[in-house]
Design a protein around this ligand. Structure first.
Ligand code: GTP
Ligand code: SPV
Ligand code: MN
Length: 589
C-alpha cells in the first residue's frame, strides 16, 4: 500500500489500529475539498447526514446523534497515567495496562464492514513552533467532516512530522454507541487518546477537549506553558490601541458569546471594536517580553445552538449560515432549515425535533436538544481577528474567570495580584449545564473551568499557575465575572451578552490604572458609578446589589472552599492556603 507519509510511527499506529478494529477499508484523509465533498455525499446517502436547504444554508448539513449520546461523559472519562496519584483527586483514573486491554477488547473487530479514516491535523497554524500535530483514526464520516472544520487537516501535517516526528495518537471507534461501554481514555505519558462507543463532539473530535486540553495541559506542565479552557478576544479602543483578554468559563457559560460580542451602539459610535481570536481553548506561553501570549489552537467553533439569535450573538449566527454542520437541533420542514430554542419567537408551527419526531409549540418538549451544537468554520465569523492565524498569538492584558452563580459572586471583581488571581480561579464554582451528562443546575467546584479537562493532578496544576506568574515578568491582571446573578424569581439581574462590554471596559481600564476601585474582602470591586449604563434601562441600585460583597455569604463560602481544598493535601500551594486564610479573616473583620 502507498502511504501519504513516510513517518514510520504514523504507519505503525494506523496498521495497529486496523489490525485491532478490522476495517474493510482504510481511507487516508488529505483535507482536499474533493475528498470531503465525496464524504458528504456518502454520509447523505446513508442517512448519517441530511443536506439542508442549499440556497438558504449553502454547504450546511444536519446530523442526529444517538439519543443516549448527546454530551460529554465526565464519569466515563479517565486519565490513565502510571501512578494513580498523578491523576489527582478530581480525575477518574485507570491503570494504563488495564485501560489499553479493556479498550482493545471493546474495539476488537468493531470496524468490520466499515471504513477507517486517517485524519492528519494540526492544533494551531501549521508550521508554528507552538502548534502540535495529531493523527486521529475513526470509523465516522461525521467525525472526519467535523475535524475538517475544527482543526487544520491536511497532508502538510505529515510534512511537519518528517520521518520520525512524534504526534498525538487518537483512536476513535463508534462501536455500538453503547453507553455502558463508552470510555474516553487519555494516556498523557504515551501521547495517546482512545474513545469508544460514542459519536458526540467532545467525546470524539479528539483534537478538541481530549488533546488540546487534557493531553496539552499535561504537556504544558512538563514544557512550561499552559492549555486553558478560554476564549480569546481583542478590543480596539477609539484611539486605535488594542488590548487582548482570555476568559475561562465552564462549558455552556458564555465563552462563545463573549468572544463574539458586539458592543452597545454608543461604544461602536465612539470607535470601539471587539474581535474574536478564539471561543473555547487557549494555549498560552511566556513571550520574550515577559508577557503571556495566547493562541487559539482550533480552526472552527463547536458552539451551543440554543439561545443563539440575531440579538444575543449575531456573529455566531452569521458564522453558521454556510459550510456548517448542525447536530441535534430541530429541522423546519417548511424550508429544510434549522431551528432551536431562542432562535426566533414564536417558534415555527411545525418542526421535526432532534429525535426525529413531529413537533409543535404545544408539544411541551424542547425541539432542539439543550446541548445541540453547530460546527462552523472560524473564517465565517464576521468579527474574526486578523491575529487568528498569527503564529505567535496575542499578548494578554487580562485573564478573566467566571461561572454561573445565582448568588454570592459579584458581577466583577479584580484580584490583588497574580497569586491571588490564581486563588480566584481555583475557587470557581458554577452550576452544571447540559454540556455534560448528569443533572443540570447543580453548583460544583470547577477551578479555572478545567475540572473536566485537566490531564493531571489539580494540585500540581495550581502550582503550575503560580509558577507561570513567576516566569512572566509582566503577567496579565486577573479578574472574575458573573453574568448570571438572579433575583428571587430566578430572573437574571444583568442583561449580559453585548452589554458585557460595559464590564470589559472597566476590566481593561483597571489594566491601565485608568479607573478606580474599592477594596473589599474578596478583592477590588467597581464603584457603581464607574460602570457605563448609557443607553440601558437599568438602575444603579440593581447594579449596586450585584456588586455588593456579602461578608456573611463569603465567610460561608470560605469554609466550603476549605473543605474543597482538603483533597489536594500537601499539593495545595501555600500561596492559595494563605489567600484562603486572608479571605476568612477579611470576612470576619
Ligand atoms: P461551551 O461551548 O460548552 O464551552 O460553552 P460556552 O462557554 O462557549 O457558552 P456559550 O457562549 O455557548 O453560552 C452558553 C449559554 O449561555 C447559551 O444558552 C447562552 O445564551 C447563555 N449565555 C451566554 N452569555 C450570556 C450572558 O451574558 N448572560 C446570560 N444570561 N446568558 C448568557
Ligand atoms: C464544552 O463542553 O466545553 C464544549 C463542547 O466546548 S465539547 O466539545 O463537547 O466539549
Ligand atoms: Mn468548551
Amino acid at each position: 500500500m502507498a502511504y501519504p507519509t513516510k513517518n514510520k510511527k504514523v504507519i505503525a499506529f494506523v496498521e495497529e489500529s486496523a489490525k485491532l478494529a478490522c476495517p474493510d477499508n482504510i481511507v487516508w484523509i488529505d483535507g482536499s475539498e474533493e475528498q470531503l465533498a465525496a464524504l458528504r455525499k456518502e454520509a447523505c446517502a446513508t442517512g448519517e447526514m441530511i443536506e439542508l436547504n442549499q440556497e438558504k444554508l449553502p454547504g450546511c448539513y444536519y446530523h442526529r446523534t444517538a439519543q443516549n449520546d448527546v454530551a460529554r461523559v465526565e464519569d466515563r472519562t479517565f486519565i490513565c497515567c502510571r501512578e494513580k496519584e498523578n491523576a489527582g483527586p478530581t480525575n477518574n483514573w485507570m491503570d494504563p495496562k488495564e485501560a489499553y486491554a479493556m479498550c482493545a477488547d471493546i474495539a476488537r473487530g468493531k470496524m468490520k464492514g466499515r471504513t477507517m479514516y486517517v485524519i492528519p491535523y494540526s492544533m494551531g497554524v501549521v508550521g508554528s513552533p507552538f502548534s502540535k500535530i495529531g493523527v486521529e483514526v475513526t470509523d465516522s464520516i461525521y467525525v472526519v467532516l467535523n475535524m475538517a472544520i475544527m482543526t487544520r487537516v491536511g497532508l502538510n501535517c505529515y510534512e511537519q512530522l518528517g520521518e520520525d516526528g512524534d504526534f498525538i495518537k487518537g483512536f476513535h471507534a463508534k462501536c455500538d454507541v453503547d453507553p455502558e461501554k463508552r470510555y474516553i481514555m487519555h494516556f498523557p505519558e504515551d501521547d495517546t487518546i482512545i474513545s469508544v462507543n460514542s459519536a458526540y463532539g467532545g467525546n470524539v473530535l479528539l483534537g478538541k477537549k481530549c488533546f488540546a486540553l487534557r493531553i496539552a495541559s499535561y504537556l504544558g506542565k512538563t514544557e512550561g506553558w499552559m492549555a486553558e479552557h478560554m476564549l480569546i478576544l481583542g478590543v480596539t479602543f477609539p484611539d486605535g490601541k488594542k488590548k487582548y483578554l482570555a476568559a475561562a468559563f465552564p462549558s455552556a457559560c458564555g465563552k462563545t458569546n463573549l468572544a463574539m460580542l458586539i458592543p452597545p451602539k454608543h461604544y461602536l459610535e465612539k470607535g470601539y471594536k471587539v474581535e474574536c481570536v478564539g471561543d473555547d481553548i487557549a494555549w498560552i506561553r511566556v513571550g520574550e517580553d515577559g508577557r503571556l501570549w495566547a493562541v487559539n489552537p482550533e480552526n472552527g467553533f463547536f458552539g451551543v445552538a440554543p439561545g443563539t439569535n440575531e440579538k444575543s450573538n449575531p456573529n455566531a449566527l452569521a458564522a453558521t449560515r454556510k459550510n456548517t454542520i448542525f447536530t441535534n437541533v430541530a429541522i423546519n420542514p417548511a424550508d429544510n432549515t434549522v431551528w432551536w430554542e431562542g432562535l426566533t419567537k414564536p417558534a415555527p408551527d411545525k418542526l421535526i425535533d432532534w429525535l426525529g419526531n413531529d413537533w409543535t409549540p404545544a408539544s411541551g418538549t424542547k425541539a432542539a436538544h439543550p446541548n445541540s451544537r453547530f460546527t462552523a468554520p472560524a473564517v465565517n465569523c464576521p468579527c474574526l481577528s486578523d491575529a487568528f492565524n498569527s503564529k505567535e498569538g496575542v499578548p494578554l492584558d487580562a485573564i478573566v474567570f467566571g461561572g454561573r452563580r445565582a448568588t454570592t459572586t459579584p458581577l466583577v471583581y479584580q484580584s490583588r495580584d497574580w497569586d491571588h488571581g490564581v486563588f480566584v480561579g481555583s475557587i470557581m464554582s458554577s452550576e452544571t449545564t447540559a454540556a455534560a451528562t448528569g443533572a443540570t443546575g447543580v453548583l460544583r467546584h470547577d477551578p479555572m473551568a478545567m475540572k473536566p479537562f485537566c490531564g493531571y493532578d489539580m494540585g500540581d496544576y495550581f502550582a503550575h499557575w503560580i509558577e507561570m506568574g513567576k516566569k512572566a515578568k509582566n503577567p496579565p491582571k486577573i479578574f472574575n465575572v458573573n453574568w448570571f446573578r438572579q433575583d428571587e424569581n430566578g430572573e437574571f439581574l444583568w442583561p449580559g451578552f453585548g452589554d458585557n462590554m460595559r464590564v470589559l471596559e472597566w476590566i481593561l481600564g483597571r489594566c491601565d490604572d485608568a479607573v478606580d476601585a474599592q477594596e473589599t474582602a474578596i478583592g477590588y470591586v467597581p464603584y457603581a458609578k464607574d460602570i457605563d449604563l448609557d443607553g440601558l434601562d437599568y438602575s444603579r441600585e440593581t447594579l449596586e446589589s450585584i456588586l455588593y460583597v456579602d461578608k456573611a455569604r463569603w465567610s460561608a463560602e470560605a469554609d466550603e472552599i476549605a473543605q474543597f481544598y482538603k483533597q489536594f493535601g500537601d499539593k495545595l500551594p501555600k500561596e492559595l492556603s494563605d489567600c484562603l486564610a486572608a479571605l476568612k479573616k477579611n470576612c470576619e473583620a
